[in-house]
Structures are given as structure tokens and as C-alpha cells.
Design a protein around this ligand. Structure first.
Ligand code: ZN
Length: 327
């Protein structure tokens, strides 16, 4: 039995089928982010229908799992807060809207939470009882997975690892408008800013990573930026270990590609900040890559339905039938 999954981000929408932990029939389109929530959901529905056709009558889609940007109330399937990355995204009833479009029960959760759930069930966190995922890319997010479920928090916003204070960030302004948060020094975009402040020239993270391999001042500046960002992330992670004590820390996101010049300072930062009893907590790299949000969204659906998306209680069936398409 297949679960249809959608991963809706600010730049692209991906749809796929997930069956028994295997992701297939993946298709991707750009997100019409500036056209607003209706356009984004419309594009997602078209993409999902295309993927659905691949499932065929022998293996029908029984449920829809959606991973999306923003703070998501995953019990109601509603985006309760979001940046303006997608115009008008906050307030969108993603699960109901897409359930209405497809006639199958739908669930929705935050994309980093989905990513973490996928990694916990099928990647580096499997066989563990607790995991802290830290996703470091353009921004920094995270999630604490405990006993196989994401800790969503009282306001659905748990896991904002990028928005903890680290002294190394000084008074640098964070994307959230506050100062001194990890994201302002540890994220990919912060690293590019810092490198340019040192006179470096880099269009993206790959340029920065390449510069770090160079001899001479450009290489030294790049390595210094990677080391500071890595150490700052490690210090923040060490502090989180002191609160959460997970079995393993899993790192994902584009910055992970920077390798040892970033990762070694990160591990040193963890040891610097974590209590002695926690300083040897394994810090490993994610394993499921782009499959993670799909695996996580499917796992979330299975969590809610029992197994395979069938045998749903009345509630999700009502959700599917009670919506007004195009609302
Ligand atoms: Zn912040």
C-alpha cells in the first residue's frame, strides 16, 4: 500500500510514493512561492496527481502525507506561522485542502520534523530511542525525536536549533530579527557573509568549500569561517545535549558537505560545551538524503492510521469529505 507524499518548500515541491520504507516515482517542480498559497497548493496537487498515476490500480494510494515549510499544527494540518518565503502561507489548512483535492485522508507536518522522523525511522537514528537532528543549510533547524515520535512542542515550534544563543555570534542579527542566535553565525548564508567580510569571493557554499582547500590567504579565510561556524554549531549542540541527552546527534543539510574543516571544529565545540557524561555522544551524518521528508511524512501518516494508511478512524475520513475544494 502506497502513501503519497509531498514536500513543499520555498523553492521546490517534490512528490513521491512511499511503500514499505521505499521512496519511488519522485517528481519535482519549482514552487510558485510569490504567487501565494493557492498557487502553491494547486501546483502541488497537479504534481501529486502525476505521481499518483504511477501507483496504478494494483497499488492504490491510501493516504497523503505532507511535509512543508512553516510552523505546523500537525494535529489540524494547518500552517500556524510562516515567514514570507511563500506569500500568504501562514494560516493555510494544507491537510484539508489537499485531502479535498484527492479524496484520501491527509496529514501535514513541518518539513524539518518530517526530515527528522524519516531519519529516525530509516536512517542514522534507527535502532535508537532518541535522536537530535540538526539541519544546517541556508538556515538552521532541528528536531528531537523521542521513542519514535517528533517532540513538536506546546506551540508546534520545538526544534528551532538555529535560534539559540551562542557567544560566538556576538550581536550579529539573526533571520528572526533577534541578535546573537546560532543561525547568524553557523548557517550557510551566515558563512558566506562572513567570508565576504574577509574579502573572499564565493557565490555559494560550494565555492566556499572549494576555497577552503586552497593555500594562501583565501584558503585561510575560508577555513577560519568554516571553523568558527562549525565550533559555534557544536557549542550550541553541546548545550542541547545537556538538556535533552539524546542517544545520537544526526547532522544534515547542505553545509555538511563542507567536511572536515567544518565537522572537526563542530565535534570539538560539542566536547567544549557538553557535560562530561555527554561529551562522547555520537555525532553522525544523516543517511537518507532527499528521501528523508518523504519517509518522515509517510511514517507520520502510519503513526496516525495504524498501518499503511488504511483502517483510518472516522476522523480522517471526515476530514477528506468535509472540505470544500478550492476554499
Ligand atoms: Zn534567530
Amino acid at each position: 500500500m502506497s502513501i503519497l507524499t509531498l514536500d513543499i518548500g520555498g523553492t521546490k515541491i517534490a512528490a513521491a510514493l512511499v511503500s514499505d520504507g521505499v521512496v519511488s516515482s519522485r517528481e519535482t517542480v519549482p514552487t510558485p512561492a510569490r504567487e501565494g498559497a493557492d498557487a502553491v497548493l494547486g501546483r502541488a496537487a497537479v504534481l501529486a496527481r502525476s505521481v499518483c498515476r504511477d501507483a496504478g490500480p494494483a497499488d492504490p494510494v491510501t493516504a497523503l502525507g505532507v511535509s512543508c515549510a512553516g510552523v505546523v499544527d500537525s494535529e489540524r494540518g494547518v500552517v500556524v506561522a510562516a515567514t514570507d518565503l511563500i506569500a500568504g502561507w501562514a494560516g493555510t489548512a494544507v491537510a484539508d485542502r489537499l485531502a479535498g483535492a484527492f479524496g484520501v485522508p491527509a496529514w501535514c507536518l513541518n518539513d524539518v520534523h518530517a526530515h527528522a522522523l524519516g531519519e529516525a525511522r530509516h536512517g542514522a537514528g534507527r535502532h535508537t530511542g532518541s535522536m537530535l537532528l540538526v539541519a544546517i543549510g541556508t538556515g538552521i533547524g532541528g528536531a528531537h525525536v523521542l521513542d519514535g515520535s517528533v517532540v513538536a512542542g506546546a506551540h508546534h515550534a520545538a526544534g528551532h536549533v538555529g535560534h539559540v544563543h551562542v557567544a560566538l555570534a556576538g550581536d550579529r542579527r539573526c533571520s528572526c530579527g533577534r541578535r546573537g542566535h546560532l543561525e547568524a553565525i553557523g548557517s550557510g548564508s551566515a558563512m558566506l557573509t562572513a567570508y565576504r567580510e574577509h574579502g573572499g569571493v564565493a557565490a555559494d557554499g560550494a565555492d566556499l568549500d572549494a576555497a577552503a582547500a586552497l593555500a594562501g590567504p583565501p584558503g585561510e579565510a575560508a577555513r577560519a569561517v568554516l571553523a568558527t561556524a562549525g565550533r559555534a554549531s557544536g557549542i550550541a549542540i553541546g548545550s542541547l545535549l545537556n538538556v535533552l541527552d539524546p542517544e545520537v546527534v544526526v547532522l544534515s543539510g547542505g553545509v555538511v558537505g563542507a567536511g572536515a574543516p567544518w565537522l572537526e571544529p563542530l565535534r570539538a565545540g560539542v566536547r567544549e560545551s557538553a557535560l562530561d557524561a555527554l561529551a562522547d555522544t555520537p555525532v553522525v551524518l544523516a543517511q537518507t538524503g532527499a528521501d528523508a521528508p518523504h519517509l518522515g511524512a509517510a511514517a507520520f501518516v502510519r503513526e496516525r492510521t495504524g498501518a499503511g494508511g488504511t483502517g483510518s478512524s472516522g476522523a480522517p475520513a471526515m476530514r477528506a469529505s468535509a472540505v470544500e475544494e478550492g476554499r
